[in-house]
Design a protein around this ligand. Structure first.
Ligand SMILES: Cc1cc2nc3c(=O)[nH]c(=O)nc-3n(C[C@H](O)[C@H](O)[C@H](O)COP(=O)(O)O)c2cc1C
Length: 348
């Protein structure tokens, strides 16, 4: 029995309003299955935006099958909507969306479990009806209220309101979670998830108080024992981070947030001095991100993570953490109600 049912848990059929978001280009198969098994919603990440489309689609199909082997619960897939300089949607985005739909059609177990497609980055309007016709619940991640309204109008079933403090690619215009979330929940009528800065039951309770139907987290779940697709020292690097240790650097398609390393200093220097072409720089960044994630090299490697790393003090396991977070949020909300001064005594 859910201790904290919300519009979101009802819509997607999960127990706890706690989502592990996509963290591409890294593999999150084991993590997604663990979060789903714990009663939350795990997300398969996109394997990269610069791959040859058929190759990327094949990797994504294999990750979807692997996740369905590890859990019988619902899970999601993330596909960023990339565009070229003329605003045309990238072939890799189309290939990933087709791969998700084909994976559901090819296997009835996958069809039942792979319930949610989360689009992010660019506007998903061109895909909205295809996603819906395939029977998927369409979540879209935004960084502004204007984008949220536009996505709802285009047919998105769920909006993820992601604040500037988030890890990974963030937004050109810095609107933080505490301002963005209540703006978005006031502006749209579909369920909204908070993303950026959530980490525990208190932050989940706060999100619900601001009108959200759940929280979607990245950084918190990097520091998880279930994140076995990553080098274990990345989790400890997150735990060791303190306030001020994060930095925004030019990502692959916009500003990105990560933890300061020798590589982030070097990256900012390369950009300031114009030392590389755009293609060389993209390759350098891709390599540096993969290096930290796969080997734990924090000298030459880039670590994408959110400001919330400063508040993460332990490596959790999803089976314990997810239900505990929901329970903690429920208790916080009940305690707040109990602790309120009755209105009849105010001013007496
Ligand atoms: C390592 C890393 C990789 C990410 N990659 C993606 C991605 O491929 N697609 C996407 O929509 N968001 C991506 N994000 C953003 C997360 O999905 C999520 O919105 C963010 O982590 C939420 O903020 P938090 O880190 O404070 O929880 C990434 C975040 C991190 C930390």
């Amino acid at each position: 029995m859910s201790v904290l049912p919300t519009r979101y848990t009802e819509l997607v059929g999960i127990e706890h309003p706690i989502i592990q978001e996509g963290m591409g280009p890294f593999k999150t198969v084991a993590l997604a299955a663990a979060v789903s098994n714990a009663g939350g919603m795990g997300t398969i990440s996109m394997p990269g935006m610069s791959q040859e489309p058929s190759e990327g689609a094949a990797i994504m199909r294999s990750h979807i099958s692997a996740c369905a082997e590890l859990t019988d619960k619902p899970f999601a897939v993330n596909v960023p909507v990339g565009a070229d300089d003329n605003g045309k949607v990238l072939p890799i985005t189309e290939a990933y969306i087709n791969a998700v739909i084909a994976a559901r059609e090819a296997d009835s177990k996958v069809g039942q479990q792979l319930k949610v497609l989360t689009t992010s980055a660019g506007f998903p309007g061109a895909f909205a009806s295809r996603i819906k016709d395939a029977g998927l619940i369409h979540q879209h991640k935004v960084g502004s209220t204007r984008q949220a309204i536009k996505a709802e109008e285009a047919g998105a079933d769920v909006i993820i309101a992601s604040g500037y403090e988030m890890g990974g690619h963030t937004h050109h215009s810095p609107v933080h979670t505490f301002v963005l979330l209540p703006n978005v929940t006031a502006a749209v009528s579909v369920p909204v998830l908070l993303s950026g800065g959530a980490r525990d039951g208190r932050t989940l309770a706060a999100a619900l108080a601001l009108g959200a139907s759940g929280v979607a987290m990245g950084t918190r779940f990097i520091a998880s024992a279930d994140n076995t697709d990553w080098h274990p020292s990345v989790a400890q690097f997150i735990v060791d981070a303190r306030e001020g240790d994060d930095v925004v650097f030019p990502g692959v398609y916009g500003p990105a947030r990560g933890l300061r390393t020798a590589a982030t200093d070097r990256l900012l220097e390369i950009v300031a001095n114009g030392e590389m072409t755009i293609d060389e720089l993209t390759e350098w960044k891709d390599h540096a991100l993969q290096l930290a994630q796969s080997t734990g090299d924090f000298e030459k490697g880039l670590v994408a993570a959110g400001q919330v790393a400063s508040g993460i003090q332990d490596v959790v396991d999803a089976a314990t953490f997810v239900p505990q977070m929901a329970r903690e949020a429920s208790e916080v909300l009940q305690e707040l109600v109990r602790g309120l001064v009755p209105t009849s005594t105010v001013g007496v």
